[in-house]
Design a protein around this ligand. Structure first.
Ligand SMILES: [Zn+2]
Length: 169
């Protein structure tokens, strides 16, 4: 099932999501639906709050279907290490059309549970590191625009208000 993606302004995006405690068939179905929804929206990462579900779940595929082995499910993720520096364009399915240069650590280790509840650690660099940070942020009610200057953030908010007024957001 493809869920619609909620956009900036929806309170689900600004809430701290709840930990997952049941690793059951319902969770597996939700994860399957999250991948389907992410691909339908042409994204490389999706967090559950973006489909209005306030749970600590994210799916990532930085290869966008090229390499199924790279599909990643992060449940209850925590960033446990970060180092280095990268700065490149970042976007978000919940802020369509907006992209900004965002400074992020270049190498990031995440600790998370898999679909069976088993804890694992994974280190990513560049785009994957960015995805770990971006998706974990979502679970803490944070968006990439929190990492840019207040000036740029206000400009984006103003444009969104205008779009919303015109019924285009
Ligand atoms: Zn996002």
């Amino acid at each position: 099932m493809i869920y619609p993606i909620v956009k900036y302004g929806d309170p689900a995006l600004e809430r701290t999501a709840a930990p997952v405690t049941a690793f059951d068939a319902e969770l597996r179905k939700l994860i399957e639906d999250m991948f389907e929804s992410m691909y339908a929206a042409h994204g490389v990462g999706l967090a559950a709050p973006q489909i209005g579900i306030s749970k600590r779940i994210a799916v990532i595929d930085v290869t966008f279907k090229e390499d199924p082995a790279q599909k990643l499910v992060l449940i209850n993720p925590e960033i446990i290490h970060k180092e280095g520096h990268q700065r490149s364009n970042e976007g978000c399915l919940s802020l369509p059309e907006f992209r900004e240069k965002v400074a992020r650590p270049n190498r990031v280790t995440v600790r998370a549970q898999d679909v069976h509840g088993k804890t694992f650690e994974r280190t990513g660099e560049e785009l994957l590191a960015r995805a770990f940070l971006h998706e974990t942020d979502h679970l803490n009610g944070k968006l990439f625009i929190h990492h840019i200057s207040a000036l740029k953030r206000d400009l984006i908010k103003r444009k969104i208000r205008k779009l919303a007024k015109a019924g285009e957001w």
